[in-house]
Each structure stands twice: as structure tokens, then as C-alpha cells.
Design a protein around this ligand. Sequence first.
Ligand SMILES: C[S@@+](CC[C@H](N)C(=O)[O-])C[C@H]1O[C@@H](n2cnc3c(N)ncnc32)[C@H](O)[C@@H]1O
Length: 261
Amino acid sequence: MDGSIGGWVALVGGGPGRADLITVRGLRLLQIADVVVVDRLAPRELLTETRPGTEIIDAGKAPHGHNLTQDEINAVLVDRASRGFGVVRLKGGDPFVFGRGGEEALACAAAGLPCEIVPGVTSAVAVPALAGIPVTHRGVTQDVTIVSGHVDPSHPGSTIDWGALAAGPGTIVVLMGVAALAGVSRELLKRGRPADTPSAVIHAGGTPAETVVTGPLSDIARLAADAGIASPAVIVLGEVVALRERLLEGHRAARAAHPQR
Ligand SMILES: C[S@@+](CC[C@H](N)C(=O)[O-])C[C@H]1O[C@@H](n2cnc3c(N)ncnc32)[C@H](O)[C@@H]1O
């Protein structure tokens, strides 16, 4: 994409927290954008990559102190691109994993505007990895399910089959689940997941504030609460969490040896 085709939008996944985990394509588009509409959880350091004079619109901090609504974000993307500008919508993780990227792409399509999707490194996989937890491991688990914890399992609006998740041995990764952690673990235990299932809660993964709490499923909600774990956090439930002990030392040594921005 370049200015010669007129206005455009690119939904760019900024990765899970560290500025250098954006894709090369995402970074290139960021460097040529006229306008950047940035999310609260996108790596903010990346804004230093923009050209002087780039309009930065903070979707997480509107002038009246509230987040922009999704309709307001869609309207800004359409407005700036319709006026001939190149617009990067910079998001945390991947735009299509609980990122509402689909809604923004549909708004652009409805307005007849070109909209490119630039995938990102999703926190669902990368935050556990950065904490030394592989979400799958041969001989341990063959499946991983990524779910939203936004709606408590006890709520009538919950559409997740917690019974099926509890019955299987697969890894469960919960995003947006800090508030619902007690309800999620209670539901899984009630439906048959073993109480000693290794579990982890990772706050602010990939940033200097990263905090990891581990423990058995039966106790993980209390341990996380005692440690003061707040959002954003990724919850990982399953036998893969136990691998962390063995992987962590080498992982830490490598991270210390390589430059960290
Ligand atoms: C609205 S979802 C967006 C997910 C994003 N599209 C992705 O692919 O990573 C926000 C949730 O992602 C998770 N999250 C994103 N970045 C994180 C980070 N650096 N550390 C821990 N959790 C993170 C948290 O569960 C948070 O509540």
C-alpha cells in the first residue's frame, strides 16, 4: 500500500507488549502512515516509529476521558481514509483475536475503502511463551482452546462449553479473565478438571511489569488475588504449565543475553 492509491486503512497487530514483536510489515506501514489510531494495549513505544507530523489518535484516551466507542473508531478510520490519508489502526496482539478487527474491516468495506489486515503476535500464545510456557507440547497435549473470560460461566449469556473444556486434557487459555478467574476455576473443577491441574496467571506479559503466578487450579484464583494480579492478564490452565520450571532458566538466560528494547 502507498499513497498513490489514495486513502487506505491497515489493521496492524502490534504484538503482545514488547515493541520489537511487531511484524516487519506492520512496522513498515506504521512508518509511512499519515494517521495512527492506537489502542490502549498496543505497545506505545512503537509510536516513536511514526513520521514527524503523523496524526496520533488515542482510542484509549479520548479528550473527555473515555475510550472512543467502536462506532467512533470506525468513523475516524473511514473519515481519514476517505480524505486520502494512509491510516494505521495499531492494536495489541492480533487484530482478529478478540480485537474487534473484523468490525473495523467491515466498516471500511461498507465505505468502499481498501483495508489490509496485518496479523500480529497474539498475547494468547506469546504471553505464555514469554513466561516460559508452551501452549502445546508433544506428549502432553494435542490441543489448545482460547476463550474469552469476559462473561462469567454462571452468566446466562455465556456461550462457552465449559463442560467440554473440563472433560478434555487440552490447554485452556483465557483472555480478559481476571475478574472471572474464581468463577472459571470453580466451573472447571465442578465439571471434572483435576484440582491439581497446573495453572498460571501472567500479568503484563513481555513488559517490565510482567508478573507470573502459578499454582493448582483449585487455588489459582486465591493466589492471583493475593498477588494483586490485575488486567491485562493471560490465564493458562493445563499440564503444559508444569513445563515452565524446566524451560525457564534457559529462557531467562537468553533474554538477559539479547538486547531488550
Ligand atoms: C481485548 S483482548 C485483545 C487481545 C489481542 N487482540 C491479542 O491478540 O493479544 C485483551 C486481553 O488480551 C490479553 N493481553 C493482551 N496483552 C497482554 C499482555 N501484555 N499481558 C497479559 N495479557 C495481555 C489480556 O487477557 C487482555 O485482557
